[in-house]
Unconditional design. Structure first.
Length: 64
């Protein structure tokens, strides 16, 4: 039961971060323009790998 709850929480967090990333964050990480089709294709990967995506997104916002 605890594993199912943990997987559900991971999935919800991934969906939230993935949607925010493809809507607003991808332009901060990727300098080239991103089409709607590319955003749709990137959503599942961003949702599944959301801890990595979130850390890279936050690092891209820091001044170097």
């Amino acid at each position: 039961m605890a594993v199912a709850v943990a997987m559900g929480c991971y999935g919800v967090a991934g969906l939230m971060v993935g949607l925010a990333f493809v809507a607003r964050g991808i332009s901060a990480v990727q300098t080239a323009p991103v089409t709607l089709g590319a955003r749709v294709l990137l959503l599942p990967a961003a949702a599944a790998l959301w801890p990595l995506v979130l850390s890279r997104w936050l690092q891209s916002r820091r001044p170097r």
